[in-house]
Design a protein around this ligand. Sequence first.
Ligand code: RIB
Ligand code: CA
Length: 312
Amino acid sequence: MSQKLLLDVDPGNDDAIALFIALGSDEVDLVGVTTVMGNTTIENTTENALTLLQYVDRTDVPVARGASRPLADELETAEHVHGPGGLPEEVRADLPECSTTPIDTHAVDFIIEQAREHGDDLTIAAVGPQTNLALALAKEPALPEMVGDIYQMGGALKTTGNVTPQASFNFYADAPAAARVVQDGRPKVVGLDVTEHVYVDTEDIRALAEEPAPLSTMASILEFSIEEVRSKFGHDGGLASDAVVLADIVNDALEFEEAYVEIDTTGGPSNGATIYDEHGVYEQSPNCEVALGVDGERYAQTVLESLRSFGE
Ligand code: RIB
Ligand code: CA
């Protein structure tokens, strides 16, 4: 039986791949998408989410617009990474003009509504800045007890950050929100320790690019990171951090350990850093689970099988 999933996104290239995996997998019933600012503005992330769903004929999936700014700081987008408006121009050229609109319900209320409707059948995965989820937890503190798993994509436990040496983008973009979700949400934290070390091989991306749309467009999204992966990690492939979360939801690709984690919200050079108490120095009970192991082959298989399902 497929599990119900609510995906909170800031598309964003890897958000798009995560969305396609959710739509393409028989293991998941996507009950809705909530959008948050992050990789680009809330206007763009919302339009991108609507357009991506329209592109694969899934406008049946409701989209609820969410937070337009971080809880405390000013938004610093990642358009320099993902492209103007949050997606590469060569990808946007394949997409239709957006002709749908978000539902009237705000993302925070939609998260709570879906939790009340589906209970512990529902998995929530927040793969952008954690603002919507933090606000939902503030409004409904019982959320973790109401639903199944809550996933956070973010953090750099024992590895280097990608927006500063200490912090990953999602936790840096809204550190107070990330801190609240770690403190209140009993999340499964999926950080760069696993997401930046698994790839879809370039030859598989090139093969996908030879297929008719929408597969060729999906290949373009994966291709966008090949240069960064080659220069930063010396590997010949594409990465999609958010898709690693879906690979666990769909195919148990990750290994988790209980841990006590704090997020640096002091605003200094390590703002947004994940303080992972690996050796129990704080003598605190665990407040989350952290992903420390990943099956790279299972990840790549999940991505490719889910994307290829759109060509069947
Ligand atoms: O650090 C990677 C995360 O930041 C991903 O969610 C990506 O979409 C960006 O939001
Ligand atoms: Ca994202």
